[in-house]
Design a protein around this ligand. Structure first.
Ligand SMILES: [Zn+2]
Length: 250
């Protein structure tokens, strides 16, 4: 019952339909249950919806990526309409990214709040990207968000992880590059298993630098790493993460 809660097979620069077909076949053989596909803008949101109609294993998530916030007003309104009106599973990928200092932060903050309002109205789980904006993202989510939140590929300070692990609304998804990242290994160590999800952020964050693009079934390697760190059986970890999935999304 492998689950990848954050993937971008919809990025056509890296995956054509034949490649996706092959990946899904291998994923099914490996017992993958779901792949949560994340859109980042209007076009990728449309592709996510299309892919979910082609493959039952794909659950469509629509998003508005921080960089997308600088598109024209027309495009932004079209994306917000998708989030308000389409049938989809969760909101992903949204959040704040302040790694580029030259960009207007307020534009991102205001749109993030509008997306949170939609999540509240439609009772959608939010899968959040936050980079160099942890303080602001967490404050906004704590104040405005009424639904559950999964912080994906969280690179902020470990103190935030400790603090949020006590808050029933927050969860973390560990990417497959955990095999080569002390930070994510520490996160696994600190977090209770009930707070952990697995993701790939495909095509990025592969278990090894040589593998590109990444594939959603590589979450099995994260499961192995969690089992090793927590000194548990692999199957036990896999089952627990599936249970987390059911608890948060249903
Ligand atoms: Zn992503």
């Amino acid at each position: 019952m492998l689950i990848d809660v954050h993937s971008h097979l919809n990025l056509k620069e890296y995956y054509n339909s034949r490649v996706i077909f092959d990946i899904i076949n291998v994923a099914k053989q490996k017992g993958q249950k779901y792949i949560l596909e994340a859109g980042v803008d209007y076009e990728t949101n449309k592709r996510v919806l299309k892919l979910s109609k082609e493959y039952d294993i794909i659950l469509p998530c629509l998003g508005l990526y921080p960089d997308t916030c600088y598109e024209s007003k027309d495009i932004i309104e079209k994306i917000l309409k998708q989030l308000k009106n389409e049938e989809y599973f969760a909101i992903s990928e949204v959040g704040l990214d302040f790694s580029d200092d030259t960009k207007d932060k307020l534009i991102q903050i205001n749109l993030f709040k509008r997306v949170i309002e939609i999540a509240n109205d439609r009772k959608k789980v939010l899968i959040v990207h936050t980079r160099k904006a942890e303080k602001e993202s967490i404050e906004i989510l704590k104040e405005f968000c009424k639904t559950k939140v999964i912080l994906h590929c969280f690179s902020g300070k470990i103190n935030y992880v400790k603090e949020l692990s006590k808050d029933p609304r927050f969860f973390f998804s560990i990417p497959t590059n955990v095999l080569r990242s002390q930070h994510f290994q520490n996160m696994i160590d600190i977090l209770p298993l009930s707070k952990i999800f697995t993701e790939t952020d495909s095509p990025f964050l592969s278990p090894s630098k040589e593998e590109f693009p990444n594939k959603p079934y590589n979450v099995e390697k994260t499961i192995e790493e969690i089992a090793k760190i927590k000194k548990l059986d692999k199957k036990e970890v896999e089952n627990m993460i599936f249970l987390n999935f059911q608890n948060v999304f249903y």
